[in-house]
Write a protein that binds this ligand. Structure first.
Ligand SMILES: [Zn+2]
Length: 445
């Protein structure tokens, strides 16, 4: 009788897992040494269609090795902002809107801070860089470099950035950071194309360039910045490099309020320009990656902006000036196994998948700066031990699964809840139950 019950429980669990859980098992690829994440801020699927309607054949949409989507919600809002969206991509954690690299349950960073993929890369001796068409202290570059409670603490972000040990941080001009301050912290300050091109590998540079870097025909383009950044970072073939490149103006131009009016060609053209400027950078970056053979490039967005869809004539039109919760595209170049083709993955799993590809273990990323694993556990809770009997068993997995489907209700913040929320994303899902079952199976093996 008992055996029968256990068997049927196991069967139920196996079926549940088989049906609802996306795999996060990414094998390390010894060939991959360099990771480049490219973020088209606000770039939804229909931004690509809009650009195509304007006659552009997008490189990103035709030359990829793997395509899927990212689900972009934060833990506080179904519709994320760039700070929380970027933090998920940088730290492998869903957080509260407007916060930059701080945990949802510890937004002041009083207890612990989640390390970004950039910080872990630097710690491992990889070269590290962040390049954007936005100001250097904008939300997305901030997510990949610093930790602050609120994205608009620009002064604090800039100050914290120049105290990091990254190799380059480039964007547009930000008035709160003075050249002398930057140089006093050991950076070479660059402010125009010639100064940028003159940089030598081994230098550490903070760039604040003027002009519209997002325009494909600007005197300095995102493509040129990306190519130079790679040249500067690609100096140590053993350790490799990590680089984040952001096309920020797909979002910014999609926010402009002309979108809801009938005559908004200018807005659409500016959005298409921003997509094309970003796509040009992708083409050059992927060209490097394919020649190099040791580089994976992942292109995605932090969220969609503008609610673009086709009108009855098939014309792509904006229907909002704000962000939406629509899934956004993910393209991968140089790898085919990061996720299942054509599937949607949760945003925060993207850097975790990339970390696994580089061979970083679970104890290395995601994790807090003090070295601890990131779990919101009070004294009386331990990961996976949902019933609190001191052992992680299939019974705990079952409890978590019941919570995931609503048969069990745990008070958020309670020991049961925190023990069951294995990935710490603030919701108990079948993925948590599966992690617990894995621990249980390992413990018995
Ligand atoms: Zn935005």
């Amino acid at each position: 009788m008992k055996t029968k019950r256990i068997l049927s429980l196991l069967l139920t669990l196996i079926m549940a897992f088989a049906l609802c859980v996306p795999a996060l098992a990414v094998d390390a690829d010894p060939e991959i040494r360099n990771v480049i994440i490219m973020i088209g801020d606000g770039m939804g699927e229909n931004h690509l269609k809009l650009a195509e309607q304007y006659g552009h054949t997008l490189f990103m949409n035709t030359e990829y090795d793997l395509r899927g989507q990212s689900m972009t919600s934060s833990i506080s809002h179904i519709t994320t902002d760039s700070a929380a969206g970027g933090t998920a991509l940088a730290c492998g954690m869903r957080v509260i809107n407007q916060t930059v690299g701080v945990l949802g349950y510890d937004p002041f960073g009083l207890v612990r801070l989640p390390m970004s993929i950039t910080e872990v890369a630097a710690e491992k001796g990889m070269r590290t860089g962040v390049v954007t068409t936005d100001k250097t202290t904008g939300a997305t570059p901030a997510d990949f470099t610093v930790h602050v409670l609120y994205r608009k603490q620009y002064e604090k972000i800039g100050q914290a950035q120049i105290e990091t040990n990254f190799d380059l941080i480039w964007g547009t001009k930000e008035s709160t950071l003075a050249r002398e301050d930057v140089e006093a912290h050991g950076w070479t300050y660059v402010s125009n194309r010639d100064e940028m091109l003159a940089l030598e590998p081994g230098s550490r540079s903070y760039g604040q360039f003027s002009g519209q870097l997002w325009r494909p025909n600007n005197s300095l383009t995102l493509a040129e910045m990306s190519t130079k950044a790679i040249e500067l970072l690609n100096t140590d073939n053993d350790k490799g490099f990590f680089l984040m490149i952001e096309g920020a103006h797909i979002d910014k131009n999609s926010h402009t309020s002309d979108g809801l009016k009938m005559d908004y060609d200018e807005k659409r053209e500016s959005v298409v320009d921003a997509v094309v400027g970003f796509d040009n950078a992708i083409r050059d970056v992927v060209e490097f990656a394919r020649e190099d053979g040791h580089t994976v490039v992942l292109v995605t967005a932090d969220h969609e902006t503008g609610w673009i869809f086709a009108d009855i004539h098939g014309d792509m039109r904006f229907h909002s000036d704000e962000h939406t919760a629509h899934n956004v595209p993910v393209f991968v170049y140089g790898n085919k196994t990061l996720f299942k083709a054509n599937h949607a993955v949760a945003n925060y799993t993207i850097p975790i998948r990339l970390a696994r590809l580089l061979g970083w273990g679970k104890d290395e990323f995601p994790r807090a700066r003090d070295g601890s694993l990131i779990k919101r556990l009070p004294e009386d809770a331990s990961p996976g031990d949902v019933d609190g009997d001191g052992d992680v068993t299939a019974a705990d997995a079952r409890l978590a699964l019941r919570a995931a489907v609503g048969l069990e209700e745990f008070e958020p913040g309670s020991a049961e809840f925190l023990s069951a929320d294995m990935d710490g994303d603030g919701v108990i899902t079948a993925a948590d139950a599966r992690q617990i079952l894995r621990i249980a199976v390992d413990a018995e093996a």
